[in-house]
Design a protein around this ligand. Structure first.
Ligand SMILES: C[S@@+](CC[C@H](N)C(=O)[O-])C[C@H]1O[C@@H](n2cnc3c(N)ncnc32)[C@H](O)[C@@H]1O
Length: 276
């Protein structure tokens, strides 16, 4: 079992996906990659890693990269964020976009879609005045597997019960069997899921009024974070558009953004260029 190829593998993972691993996370590498190495007939995960570093990128590489992502998420994750969205951020955005009647939201690194669907449900529930608006919710992730699940809108009872109160569950979900619920089509249709790698090339996207980028940059090194933040900055629809990061994430020493502190959360806007 040779670990000689680990440094090359870490570099490859970081370059392709942004995720920074090192030897302190070998337990994670072994537990996540064991099923793939066994299924494909490798002697152990390190034999698989050696193969990956010596061959051009192919499906097995992406299978491995996907296995190393963490998909932890839940509906209405971080209630302070959703309270701020409901009480302050969305009302302000809606007021300033009342002429064009269009709101564009990007849930990036969306995992199984709970964040995007939470936003869609909130818009339906609390912002009835948007009935004649164009609401565009783009939800993206690097993992095709998780996106397939997100598109179905099917969640186990345990997933559905994490963060959702009974009112939302009854109103916006259908129980499809004893242990599973599916989001109703009216909410599913509000969200457009697609694959997007934050550290890959960026296809054309419209500008967004609200970008959610939560709990993914924690896995990246500073250099990758800065590149993603620059691109996100370019995707914001002007100075009053909003970028929200995860509770454990912040933007440090980056003059592109200014921090907007609210009661229990803070978020980011484009920094007004400083005049000389
Ligand atoms: C911990 S989940 C966060 C989900 C959601 N944003 C939240 O806060 O609940 C991190 C997600 O980031 C995705 N991810 C990791 N690296 C990525 C990349 N380079 N580009 C796009 N998504 C990525 C993973 O597939 C995973 O679904």
């Amino acid at each position: 079992m040779s670990k000689d190829y680990l440094p090359q593998f870490y570099a490859m993972l970081e370059q392709q996906v942004g995720i920074a691993l090192d030897d302190t996370k070998q337990y994670l590498l072994e537990s996540r990659l064991l099923p793939i190495s066994s299924k494909n007939g490798y002697a152990d995960v390190y034999a698989l890693i050696k193969y990956l570093t010596l061959t051009p990128l192919g499906p097995i590489h992406w299978q491995v990269f996907e296995a190393l992502t963490t998909n932890e998420t839940s509906f209405f994750r971080d209630k302070h964020v959703f309270e701020a969205l409901k009480n302050t951020i969305l009302p302000t955005l809606i007021e300033s976009r009342k002429t064009e009647k269009t709101l564009r939201i990007w849930s990036s690194a969306c995992s199984a879609g709970q964040e995007a669907y939470s936003l869609a449900m909130m818009l339906r529930e609390d912002f009835g005045q948007l009935h004649d608006w164009t609401i565009y919710i783009q939800a993206t992730d690097i993992s095709d597997l998780i996106l397939e699940k997100a598109k179905t809108g099917i969640y186990s009872a345990m997933e559905a019960n994490r963060g959702l109160d009974a009112h939302y569950l009854h109103k916006y979900f259908t129980q499809i069997d004893k242990g599973a619920y599916q989001i109703k089509p009216a909410i599913r249709q509000m969200v457009n899921f697609s694959n997007h790698n934050l550290v890959g090339s960026w296809p054309f996207y419209p500008k967004f009024d609200l970008i959610m980028l939560r709990n993914v940059l924690i896995y990246f090194k500073q250099d990758a974070k800065d590149k993603v933040l620059l691109k996100k900055y370019q995707q914001l629809n002007g100075e009053d558009s909003v970028l929200i990061l995860g509770a454990a994430e912040s933007i440090y020493m980056n003059e592109l953004y200014k921090l907007v502190p609210l009661d229990k959360i803070s978020y980011y806007k484009q920094n007004t260029p400083v005049k000389a």
